[in-house]
Design a protein around this ligand. Structure first.
Ligand code: ARG
Length: 607
């Protein structure tokens, strides 16, 4: 619908100019234009679009809205290009103009999409992907030697979906895993391991991540309770950061160990990521301080080097600082993020030369990023026209609305969570097969259970508005009804079933379908219109970085399809209608597969 919206916006704008030449000239002189305020129709019975401009213009034109709408209508009807696109428009209510696209225009657009692998979704305008500056999506980003938790899972799933949408639109995307591989945790961990499990510091795979996490917890306890331990741990950090070979080797081993475990999760979830952890920015930390100093932004406060934020006060009403270098000379999380943002926007070869940087983390880090962005802006590191955004998300809660925990009260391990989703799917599937007396081999069962289980976990997360907290529930996410992955996957399976029953859904090209698609039933038109929304929805997801928009659309599409398929004969229809309806089935399947693919979800032919 994007193309039509653009064309109509142009036609309506020109019609307004013809109807009100003086006001149009005045608006243009003031750098504006007479805006027809074109929007999608608020209800299907109003057609496809509505133009609300007459109401907004009433005051400046000193005319009643209906009068303006009538003048606009007269100009539109004199424009043959408009008449070729829309049925005669209706003036409604106080002066809205309701616009309905001609059926043959909709059918032709549908026909065009059948032969288009992008299903009508345009690439971003401007240079080709190769010439375009990269968009960085910083996501997942767990911490070494700590367990990757459900918050990181949310970041991973949301970040991956956003990266996929941006890539599909033709942005070169740099998917960065900003792993926490440089903090004080290493000082504690290395000190503790030297005493209790020295082999872990010199031999690969001597302990697994679960052990490492336990060791980290013990180390933290000792650090908090024991001053001698604390001092040793601090020395250990300094040693590591100054490049001591033994510490470096130990650090490397610990990182490798964690990395292998993270890779397993990424592999299962089909996530591509380039690791560029905090340690990468270590060589740039001194330059951050120097830059801020030179810009006159640094203030020494109680021995620490800080930048005080504008417009962000603490409880006492004083401006909040971003601490860039602690009084002991150490750097912290914010310093690394400053070095990272500086590097990411810096022109190559000194940096990534990004035009847009997106950070996907929990909402709890909103202040941190607001501070980092402000300091970076004031330091002049963010080029004119560049975009930088924190994409926050809410907490993952258990069924009880509290923080997600295992029955014994421990934090949930991601591996266990994914295993459980797949196991539950497998049990459901076996039950269903037994009921239906269906025989399937084990490889089918494994494949279906794995695909559906992982799809359910991803989809449940993506389909809630990311800003809100999210209640994790296996029962809800695995349900065959409702806004769930199984429901959507089932719609795809249903269409594959039509092909198995002899419906020609066309191979690569859309040769099997008639040049002129013909529709008569209201359910068909509803489906046609729903299918044509894909491009608009994707543009919205890209703009607002909200994957749940795409989920809602795919759910709506599945429902509209199911209604169509339940109420309108397809395989039993007479030939012309049958071919046109099969075209709808094919495009529905393609749209669902493409949309789910952008969410990182694989589909099935049978389940
Ligand atoms: N490691 C951090 C955490 O676990 C997330 C890092 C997000 N990215 C960033 N550039 N700060 O919370």
């Amino acid at each position: 619908m994007l193309r039509f919206a653009q064309t109509l916006d142009r036609q309506l704008g020109a019609a307004l100019e013809r109807a009100f030449p003086e006001a149009a000239a005045a608006a243009i002189a003031a750098g504006r234009r007479l805006d027809p305020q074109l929007a999608a129709a608020s209800k299907p019975e109003f057609g496809d679009f509505q133009a609300n401009g007459a109401l907004a213009l009433a005051k400046s034109l000193k005319q009643a809205p209906r009068q303006i709408a009538t003048a606009l209508l007269a100009e539109l009807e004199a424009d043959p290009a408009f008449a070729a696109l829309c049925l005669p428009p209706q003036i409604a209510g106080p002066g809205f103009l309701n616009l309905t696209l001609r059926p043959e225009v909709l059918a032709a657009e549908l026909r065009r999409r059948l032969g288009d692998a992008r299903l009508g979704v345009p690439l971003v305008e401007g240079q080709s992907a190769a010439a375009r500056p990269p968009v960085i999506v910083d996501f997942s980003s767990p911490n070494i030697a700590k367990e990757m938790h459900v918050g990181h899972l949310r970041s991973t799933i949301i970040g991956d979906a956003l990266a996929r949408v941006l890539e599909f639109r033709g942005h070169p995307v740099l998917r960065l895993n900003h792993v926490g591989d440089w903090g004080t945790q290493f000082g504690m961990l290395i000190t503790h391991l030297k005493q209790v499990a020295p082999e872990a510091l010199s031999t690969a795979d001597a302990v697994d991540l679960g052990d490492l996490v336990a060791f980290y917890r013990q180390a933290k306890q000792r650090f908090d309770a024991d001053e001698v331990f604390q001092a040793t741990a601090r020395e250990e950090v300094v040693k590591l950061q100054s490049g001591d070979p033994v510490s470096r080797r130990a650090w490397q081993l610990l990182c490798d160990q964690s990395r292998r475990e993270f890779e397993q999760i990424y592999g299962r979830l089909d996530i591509r990521l380039s690791e560029r952890g905090e340690s990468f920015y270590n060589p740039y930390l001194a330059a951050v301080v120097a830059d801020l100093e030179a810009a006159g932004l640094l203030v020494v406060d109680a021995g620490a080097k800080c930048v005080f934020l504008e417009g962000m006060q603490g409880k006492d009403g004083n401006p909040l600082p971003v601490i860039v270098q602690k009084s002991d000379g150490g750097f912290n999380y914010a310093t690394t993020d400053l070095a990272a943002i500086r590097y990411r926007f810096a022109a190559p070869p000194a940096g990534d030369g990004a035009s847009w940087v997106i950070y996907v983390t929990d909402a709890g880090q909103a202040h941190h990023f607001a501070g980092v962005f402000q300091v970076a802006r004031r330091a002049g590191w963010i080029p004119e026209g560049a975009r930088v955004e924190h994409v926050p998300f809410g907490l993952v809660q258990g069924d009880d609305g509290k923080k997600l925990k295992t029955r014994s009260g421990d934090t949930v391990r991601l591996k266990d969570l994914l295993d459980e989703a797949v196991e539950r799917c497998e049990a459901d599937l076996r039950r269903r097969l037994a009921e239906e007396e269906r025989q399937e081999d084990e490889s089918f069962i494994t494949q279906v259970a794995t695909t559906v289980g992982l799809a359910a976990v991803k989809y449940a997360d993506l389909s809630t508005n990311r800003i809100t907290n999210y209640q994790f529930s296996f029962d809800r996410m695995l349900a065959l009804q409702g806004n769930t992955a199984p429901y959507l996957l089932y719609a795809v399976v249903r269409i594959a079933g039509i092909a198995r029953k002899g419906g020609d859904l066309g191979g690569g090209a859309a040769a099997a379908f008639p040049d002129l698609l013909q529709y008569s039933e209201p359910q068909e038109w509803t489906l046609v219109r729903e299918l044509l929304k894909l491009d608009t929805v994707i543009a919205e997801v890209e703009q607002e970085l909200l994957p749940n928009r795409l989920c809602s659309y795919l759910f709506e599409l599945s429902q509209v399809f199911n209604r169509f398929y339940d109420q309108v004969p397809v395989l039993k229809a007479e030939p012309a209608a049958r071919a046109s309806r099969l075209a709808l089935c094919r495009l529905t399947a393609d749209t669902l597969k493409l949309g789910l693919g952008l969410l990182g979800i694989a589909t099935l032919e049978r389940m």
